[in-house]
Ligand binder design. Sequence first.
Ligand SMILES: Cc1ncc(COP(=O)(O)O)c(C=O)c1O
Length: 497
Amino acid sequence: MFTDDISVVSVRDIFPNALVFFTEDGFAQTGGRFSLPLPILLILQSINRYPITFRAAQIAPLSAQKRALAIAPLHLVSGSSHGCATDTRAGRKAAPVEGHMFMDKFLLFTPGPVNVAANLRVAISSEDICHRETDFDTLLGSIEDKLLSLFQIEKRSRYRAVVITGSGTAANEAMLSSVVGDGQVLILSNGEFGERLHKTSQIHNARTHLIEVPWGQAFDLDRIEAYLDVHKIDVIAMVHHETCSGMLNPLIGIGALAKAHNALFIVDGVSSVGAEPVNMERCNIAFCSSSSSKAIGSYPGLSIVIGRRKHFEKLKHHKAKTTYLNLATFYEFLKSRSQTPNTPAIPLFFALEQALSNLLAEGVENRFAAIRRRAEKLRCGMRKLNLQFLIDEKDMCCVLTTVRVPKSVDVTDLRRRLRESAIIIYEGKGCFKDKVFQVGNIGEISDIDIAFFLRTLRDVLLASPTDRNIPVVPIRGAKSAALPLGGFDQAALPVAV
Ligand SMILES: Cc1ncc(COP(=O)(O)O)c(C=O)c1O
């Protein structure tokens, strides 16, 4: 179905979640299920309440006449607030790619922020409400209810979820500043975000301990247990998905150690919640953070702390270390009024509620499976391009893939060239700078987007002229140190992805 001689145009506002393909005979097919002649499609567009988003890609193989037909809708929506070939929305022109492809939006192959569902654009512009009125109480109540469902909590009455206006870091800082009190906290770090937890904890907690392993390396549970045997630790904090490497850290193992040593377990779930199961009950998690703009699929700007009610109740006994991020205050307002202590970013709450509705309508397990399937598709395609991954696939979270930069490639150049095709990826940071790039697969990413990404990546790699010979520092211990460096054999490339 998705061959190179078909132009792809999305008209999600007419057919939510559907894609329209312009076939060689000029007919538009939606999702392969039914066909509509172009004029009818355009009438539908004209009666549609919202501006329509068109995306045309891969129209180069069409004849000039067919190409004009495929591009026509782009010109028709010229000047709308949504994308088109001549759109200058938000200071950005929709990119003409290689003179033939048009992309009305960036494809965010990142671990967040993500491309959001069309109905979130509607939700975020819902009516103006006041956060001290019942309208907001109801909205927050609905969000909390849906969060408990997302976390698949069985004993729902034992848990509460607060929503903070602020990105994921706000939720982590709220936990670290509110939960530890005068106690001893142990931070487990195997990457950038573990390091951030440590830095944050040091600001708020005089008695902060650290067990650190190199970025991208798995924790040794025996070492952690031995540490807990000789140190009285009150709180253990760990990142679930260490986004810098893509590694998924062991919730069950650490949760069991925390329970055995009578410590509270707090988890940074910013980049895993919504994509991977986080079983609060089975893993003895007291508090877990998350963010609106990653696998949950909403806009950036909100974060979440879900936790055991009995632990929330105890927070008021700790001396406050912050005003704005004090979890005890958030909990009090939630409990007594279903509100937030300060003025929340209300439009973002509407969008978050819609994102959670979408997720639950799809089904939590189905969403997890869909994200994993997309990750596997991307990984399979990148393996075919002879690319090597930073860590073993069995250790990877399904949110993203961290890829070693091939010897012949300048990663900044790679990223720039993908961007010319409206594809956004991440470069490695810290000790991974210049050595890896990251490809995310959360948010509204379709199979067609993935195929487009893989084709574009192949083309960019084939055109890569440099030979910078950057060594990839092995990070998986002595065994993997023997692994060959990330290599890219152009001759070995398949012709089509
Ligand atoms: C695991 C993890 N924790 C915390 C953060 C910080 O989140 P934010 O940038 O939304 O504040 C991120 C961001 O990517 C993350 O991946």
